[in-house]
Write a protein that binds this ligand. Sequence first.
Ligand SMILES: Cc1cc2nc3c(=O)[nH]c(=O)nc-3n(C[C@H](O)[C@H](O)[C@H](O)COP(=O)(O)O)c2cc1C
Length: 232
Amino acid sequence: MKVLAINGSPHMDEGNTAIILNPFLEGMKEAGADVDLFFTKKLKIGPCNGDMSCWFKNPGKCGQDDDMQMLYPKLMEADVIVWATPVYYAGVTGPLKNLMDRQLPIHMQGELGSKMQKIVLVSTCGAWELSMFDPLLAQMKALYTRSNGNSDLAGALLRPMAEGMKEMIKAGELGLVDGIIQAVKEAGRQIVKEGRISEEIQRKVSKELMPRDAYYKAAKEMMEQVKKSMVQ
Ligand SMILES: Cc1cc2nc3c(=O)[nH]c(=O)nc-3n(C[C@H](O)[C@H](O)[C@H](O)COP(=O)(O)O)c2cc1C
């Protein structure tokens, strides 16, 4: 099974998104998948210029000569595509959106043949509320439904309160966080073996780490400290 994962966080392997993405990819590798990971920050990918030449003038070909040319075959060959992103203004990051928009040449009718790809969303956000992911999830569901084409949303690993999770790891408070990481790894094994991530595992990944008021109080204190350290 070929897996293509794209991490759209500017923090790459040091970010909150990688805290969830990396054990998910490990779980998939453990179950035998062949995993390729790219960071949008390291790729040169411009925005789609919208001229539709990839549909009408040169069908299936994008005229822009950048890193998308290297990614097109990988996007077509993948059995599983993992979109990993922090929530930025209720959506994916700009560089990841550019990459997603540039898929137009391979989404010409029939280009993927009868191939059915699995899509997984991995996302983290600063808010306590799980509903912060609703717009992103709605976008993924609209794009990836079996009845709509060649792709099927096989699961979403959504981690709210991600800044809190990072602080808990720094403070060595690993109990609850370890449960989340184990669930993420299991999600990786599950998608390879069963082709889907169960609702139960997805719920475990999004599990509450602390009450809402306590989270926002701690977040406010943390931001004041960061601000002080930046102006010193
Ligand atoms: C420009 C920007 C926009 C953001 N927008 C949101 C948002 O709409 N909702 C939210 O809960 N968090 C938002 N965040 C917080 C990030 O989603 C959160 O810190 C995330 O875990 C960062 O992941 P990373 O470390 O992998 O980059 C935003 C952060 C930035 C820098």
